[in-house]
Design a binder for this molecule. Structure first.
Ligand SMILES: Nc1ncnc2c1ncn2[C@@H]1O[C@H](COP(=O)(O)OP(=O)(O)OP(=O)(O)O)[C@@H](O)[C@H]1O
Ligand SMILES: [Mg+2]
Length: 295
């Protein structure tokens, strides 16, 4: 069942007399417990779509339904928006540099989840454990954390509101290659545990392939291709082909060859689960030991 249904979304920016159609009639749906990957070149409207869904800006036109109920697009911070959280490329967009991790996490727990001080403090430990960070980190400020740890705190902050949907806008793009895989693994694990839905905006086709159940390809504010992972493996639209060919090692024909040799069983093509991460990203060194966490 669809958790989010977006219909006819338009967003026009006016700058110095000319109009930019950042979104030009976008329809997407996100099912419960599933990941919609949004790919497309820079400026194609991916972040605009994500930020409208997360209630950070209104659309110029269009409708959003969340869990069967229309969202009031003019009332950006309505109560139902608690259930939609956002994680940005730069963790410092989600985290206040002056706040300790503890305050960063207790704020949404108290404001959005309505917990008292003691309850919120106990939940901080649970949230840190959920993102595989040691409890001692609650006393640190973002500047005292590695990039990977910062992004884990940003994810924990999103989880604090107990959301159903998280909009992830390039959550791995600012991280070293070796740490990307770990964050993707964490996100997949949290999805499996909590039944979360994701809108996963990314330039990184390997990351999209590792996370996505559904894929939409955007170009100049429109969706030019949509479907399952076959969009990345066997793109039909010339723009998608160009996009994939531009990514080193991500030529779709090469992807098919790799997959064919890794999985000779033809039923593997029907597997509803995303492809194993290890096919495309560096595998994790050791799984989730917070004490050997990324530098
Ligand atoms: N606040 C704004 N004011 C004016 N134009 C904007 C604004 N936000 C976005 N745009 C324009 O809307 C278009 C879509 O921008 P958006 O940031 O959604 O693209 P994107 O696909 O996320 O790109 P990137 O991959 O570089 O992050 C671009 O042409 C951009 O310049
Ligand atoms: Mg963007």
């Amino acid at each position: 069942m669809a958790l989010l249904e977006v219909t006819g979304l338009h967003r026009v920016f006016k700058s110095r007399g000319h109009e930019v159609r950042a979104l030009d009639g976008v329809d997407v749906t996100v099912a419960k417990g599933r990941t919609l990957a949004v790919v497309g070149e820079s400026g194609s409207g991916k972040s605009t779509l994500g930020s409208i869904v997360a209630g950070l800006q209104p659309p110029s036109a269009g409708e959003l339904r969340f869990d069967g109920t229309p969202l009031d697009v003019r009332r950006l911070r309505g109560p139902e928006r608690r259930r939609i959280q956002m994680v940005f490329q730069s963790p410092l967009q989600s985290l206040n540099a002056r706040y300790r991790v503890e305050s960063t996490l207790t704020e949404p727990l108290r404001l959005l989840a309505g917990l008292d001080r003691r309850q919120a403090s106990a939940r901080v430990d649970e949230l840190l454990a959920a993102v595989h960070l040691p409890a001692e980190l609650r006393h640190r400020r973002p500047g005292e954390l590695s990039g990977g740890q910062q992004q884990r705190v940003a994810i924990a902050r999103a989880l604090a509101a107990d959301p159903d949907l998280i909009v992830l806008d390039e959550p791995t793009s600012g991280l070293d290659q070796s740490i990307r895989g770990r964050i993707v693994t964490l996100l997949r694990e949290l999805q499996a545990e909590r039944g979360l839905s994701y809108i996963f905006i990314t330039h990184d086709i390997a990351v999209a392939r590792a996370c996505a159940h559904e894929v939409v390809v955007m170009q100049r504010g429109q969706i030019v291709e949509r479907g399952g992972l076959e969009v990345l493996d066997a793109p039909q639209h010339p723009y998608t082909r160009t996009l994939l060919a531009a990514v080193p090692g991500m030529d779709p024909a090469a992807g098919r060859r790799r997959r064919a040799s890794a999985a000779p069983d033809p039923s593997a093509a029907l597997d509803p689960e995303p492809a194993p991460l290890e096919q495309d990203l560096e595998p994790e060194a050791s799984s989730h030991n917070p004490h050997t966490e990324e530098s």
